[in-house]
Design a protein around this ligand. Structure first.
Ligand SMILES: *[C@@H]1O[C@H](CO)[C@@H](O)[C@H](O)[C@H]1NC(C)=O
Ligand SMILES: *[C@@H]1O[C@H](CO)[C@@H](O)[C@H](O)[C@H]1NC(C)=O
Ligand SMILES: *[C@@H]1O[C@H](CO)[C@@H](O)[C@H](O)[C@H]1NC(C)=O
Ligand SMILES: *[C@@H]1O[C@H](CO)[C@@H](O)[C@H](O)[C@H]1NC(C)=O
Ligand SMILES: *[C@@H]1O[C@H](CO)[C@@H](O)[C@H](O)[C@H]1NC(C)=O
Ligand SMILES: *[C@@H]1O[C@H](CO)[C@@H](O)[C@H](O)[C@H]1NC(C)=O
Length: 418
């Protein structure tokens, strides 16, 4: 989703057949394979590690009281690119781990190939950091082929989904997102996994997926969907492919498989995409999530907050700024409290989805950085993560939290009955 990350790293946010239109009947699927009530959710040991690290107090006591579960899947938990903290993002393994950790909703970021097929990648042009493309013959097709670092310049490369056909794309393997800008060889460049992640689950050839495959996988688990239409990094229309057709194709992928719109949260950073869905696919549009990056500057934050009544009047139902914009520190008490943006959203009956948890590494470094920007003066250890989540869940009243490690949020959600 967002691009902000440790400074030396860039981590980063089908068919056009004739399909049923809005208002058509969407049969609910059923059958034994669509029964996740039996799923044995595993939160692993990380939530316990974080709770141990918390300051003493009623929140810690409450979370400790839930230590023996039960833990259940929750729609409060949106898996950000799958369980991407440790699994290579947008791979089958990352989605499967997210399901096991209790995510009720799993994300696919949508980008298009040269032949205008839709695939799950965080960005249109991140293949050089999220796949093995530079170590394959397809490297020659990259928008910017690999150039090694030398004494005066950093290494560079830029490989886009739109550089490849779908068939070519499907030969690639996923890898943990990251690169080493000092690399003088492809091997060195590809070896850039951030300190808080791991290559442990990147062996072999992690399977990257198309939007259609993602829908089949998540539907087979009877979970829900959030698909983000990634902002194109090539001028649109691309070889005749318009932004509107791209936005429509993403929705059509779900409709052609008979997925009920209530199970899908389409997202975009571009308000024009959100308005397109509201106007042309109202059943999907009413669950559209407006990813709000205007908050990234102080002036933009003021404007974004002021614009919420007009957005609500335009039919927008769900806003999703980076989580930092939803909280602030109350100077008088030193407590973390809802921000002006969060209060204004609530006043306008807008729901809020926050992003992203478990993407910041150690919170002792710079108070957690970007995602904790407005509260970093009171953040100094990893356990503080749950303090922030608690304010977001119970004071801001967020509808859901994206997380790179769903288990951390599932533990909280199960504990508080979310
Ligand atoms: C789903 O699982 C629950 C709990 O095990 C069980 O009671 C129910 O009968 C199952 N439903 C179907 C359709 O298999
Ligand atoms: C370093 O690489 C850049 C291109 O990446 C090139 O323009 C420059 O001439 C190179 N410098 C040296 C000293 O080789
Ligand atoms: C790249 O080299 C610079 C200068 O030597 C160094 O400061 C930086 O940490 C290196 N980055 C990585 C990812 O190795
Ligand atoms: C590059 O590809 C070769 C041959 O497939 C493989 O042995 C090697 O491990 C790969 N290197 C990286 C860094 O992926
Ligand atoms: C904020 O809104 C004002 C008035 O519409 C506009 O002039 C300004 O450019 C906006 N600033 C940002 C950062 O969006
Ligand atoms: C609260 O503290 C912040 C950060 O120190 C400061 O920028 C802000 O002006 C303060 N607000 C009030 C109302 O004192």
């Amino acid at each position: 989703m967002a691009l902000l990350a440790p400074s030396s790293l860039v981590l980063g946010l089908a068919s056009a057949a004739v399909l049923p239109r809005a208002g058509d009947h969407y049969p609910e699927k059923h059958g034994s394979k669509h029964n996740h009530t039996k799923l044995n959710v595993q939160v692993g040991d990380r939530p316990y590690f974080l709770i141990d690290d918390m300051d003493e107090g009623s929140l810690k006591d409450k979370l400790e009281s839930c230590s023996e579960g039960p833990f259940a899947p929750s729609d409060f938990v949106f898996a950000h690119r799958g369980a991407s903290l440790q699994y290579p993002e947008h791979t089958y393994a990352a989605y499967s781990a997210a399901r096991r950790q209790g995510a009720g909703v799993i994300e696919c970021d949508v980008a298009f190939t040269k032949d205008k097929q839709l695939v799950c990648r965080h960005a249109q042009c991140d293949l050089h950091t999220t796949t093995n493309i530079l170590n394959t013959t397809l490297a020659s097709k990259c928008t910017t082929p690999f150039t090694p670092a030398n004494s005066t310049a950093l290494a560079s490369a830029k490989c886009c989904t739109s550089d490849l056909t779908l068939a070519e794309y499907q030969t690639l393997c996923g890898k943990q997102d990251g690169f080493n800008p000092n690399g003088t060889t492809v091997k060195q460049y590809m070896d850039g996994t951030p300190y808080f992640r791991t290559d442990l689950y990147s062996s072999g050839c992690p399977k990257i997926v198309t939007l259609d495959e993602y829908i089949d996988i998540v539907d087979g688990w009877n979970l829900k969907f959030t698909a983000e239409l990634k902002t194109p990094e090539v001028p649109m229309p691309f070889d005749g492919y318009t932004q509107e057709q791209y936005a429509q194709d993403m929705i059509d992928a779900f409709k052609s498989k008979g997925i009920a719109p209530e199970r899908v949260w389409p997202q975009s950073f571009l308000p024009s995409d959100i308005f397109y869905w509201i106007d042309n696919e109202p059943e999907f549009g009413k669950q559209a999530v407006y990813l709000d990056e205007r908050v990234d500057t102080p002036a933009g934050y003021e404007n974004a907050t002021a614009s919420l009544p007009a957005l609500a009047a335009r039919g927008v139902k769900i806003m999703a700024p980076a989580m930092f914009a939803l909280t602030k520190v109350d100077n008088a008490t030193g407590q973390i409290v809802p921000s002006e943006y969060a209060i204004a959203a609530k006043e306008n009956n807008l729901e809020i989805v926050a992003w992203s948890f478990e993407r910041s590494g150690w919170l002792q470094i710079g108070g957690g950085g970007y995602y904790y920007d407005y509260v970093k003066s009171v953040i100094n250890k990893d356990g503080d993560m749950y303090t922030v989540l608690d304010v977001l869940a119970r004071q801001v009243g967020i509808k859901a939290m994206f997380s790179d490690w769903p288990a951390t949020v599932t533990y909280y959600a199960s504990c508080f009955g979310l």
